[in-house]
Design a protein around this ligand. Structure first.
Ligand SMILES: *Cc1c(COP(=O)(O)O)cnc(C)c1O
Length: 391
């Protein structure tokens, strides 16, 4: 079956042909509730029965089935947010005395968790340059290195790593790999197929797609790792509301059409921006001529609507004038929804260990489902305000 068809059918009930029992296209939503078992033996038989309602209800299972089809996974673990998926997956496979190597452009809350939580429990973190070669990265590993944490492209400055090469070298050394694949969403890039052990994404972004639900997932293709992740969920007590699982599955059904459209609009707008005199450089790996385009072209089947650009040097007041002029772009830190968003990034870049300088203010756009021509008009008005403010 084609991907488009699989994402519609996965986790859906078989067609019913009689009047009863009633079968609906979408799963039943149970409340998070006490599960009643049919007999005494079933009380302690959790191989055959769901014995407690924190997970495993109808909507949870339908969503997991859909996400398994999306990620090409044998198991999916669900968490109440993307950050919970990242921290939960790390806690599930790490122990005191381990060391992890984390890409330096990692999502800020992931970095905070490594520094402020893992450190207290005896797990050391070292950061590496996102453009370090796979060989040089593995040269950094020590006998204590248990996990390499990747995010490609990074969600502010869009550097990419060669995940397949890193995964192969790490596996040969007995080191696990985890990729935050929120940009690829499991649709345009499938980390497990490239040898990554744990594929994490903030479902909050593209799979949800409507800015109305938080959730995260960790996907594995090795059942041993899948079991470690599920044990971690049990030990930490994570639970997702069945209502949220239902909402997430509804998003999954239309992921492919939304993401295709948003990826195309994003490229059209990135191309337009690259021709504006106020723009020094566009940071969009799917745009020919941009950094890491070759890696993107080798591994990805499309783009999402999130990318960055660098303005010509200007004071922060001019950057803020640009943002404040925008009427169609909301100012907000999320992405993946149906709506366009914009932020400035310079306040976040100094958090990194290996400071990189950019030749002007770094901006990030998320392109939604609006008409790209309208969005371009909005951006042109913003750039005009930028010019007025720096004149
Ligand atoms: C938003 C985001 C997350 C976290 O997702 P939440 O559901 O908001 O916790 C993780 N990684 C990346 C790259 C993100 O953009």
């Amino acid at each position: 079956m084609d991907e488009t068809t699989r994402l519609i059918r996965a986790g859906a009930p078989a067609h019913s042909h009689g009047p009863a029992p009633v079968t609906t296209v979408s799963p039943m939503i149970q409340k998070g509730s006490t599960v009643l078992l049919p007999n005494a033996a079933a009380l302690y038989d959790d191989t055959a029965y769901v014995t407690y309602g924190r997970g495993g209800l109808v909507a949870h299972n339908a969503l997991k089935e859909g996400l398994c089809a999306l990620e090409g996974a044998c198991s999916i673990s669900l968490y109440p947010s993307g950050v919970a998926a990242l921290t939960g997956a790390m806690l599930a496979v790490l122990k005191a005395g381990d060391e992890i190597l984390v890409v330096d452009n990692i999502y800020k809350p992931t970095r905070r968790f490594c520094d402020e939580v893992l450190g207290r429990y005896g797990v050391a973190t070292r950061y590496f340059d996102p453009r370090l070669s796979p060989e040089a990265l593995l040269d950094m590993a020590s006998p204590a290195t248990r996990l390499i944490v990747l995010e490609s492209p990074g969600s502010l400055t869009f550097e990419m790593q060669d995940l397949a090469a890193i995964a192969a070298l790490a596996r040969a050394r007995g080191i696990l790999t985890l990729a935050d694949n929120t940009w690829g969403a499991g649709l345009i890039y499938k980390p497990l197929a490239h040898g990554i052990d744990i594929s994490v994404q903030a479902l909050t972004k593209y799979v949800g797609g409507h800015s109305d639900v938080f959730m995260g997932s960790a996907a594995a293709s090795d059942p041993v790792i899948g079991q470690l992740l599920e044990d971690g969920i049990l030990n930490l007590g994570w639970a997702c509301a069945p209502e949220d699982a239902y909402t997430m599955l509804r998003g999954l059904r239309t992921l492919e059409v939304r993401m295709t459209r948003q990826g195309q609009s994003g490229l059209q707008i990135a191309e337009w921006l690259s021709q504006q005199p106020e723009v020094l450089q566009v940071l969009h790996p799917a745009l020919p001529g941009c950094p890491d385009h070759d890696l993107w072209a080798r591994d990805y089947s499309g783009a999402c609507g999130l990318f960055g650009f660098i303005l010509t040097p200007a004071p922060e007041a001019a950057v803020n004038a640009l943002l404040d002029e925008l009427k169609l772009f909301g100012l907000g830190f999320s992405w993946g929804g149906f709506e366009s968003l914009a932020i400035s990034c310079d306040h976040q870049l100094p958090n990194r260990s290996l400071l990189q300088t950019y030749d002007g203010p770094v901006m990030r756009l998320h392109i939604g489902l609006e008409s790209p021509e309208d969005l371009i008009e909005d951006l042109r008005a913003g750039l005009d305000a930028f010019n007025r403010a720096r004149a």
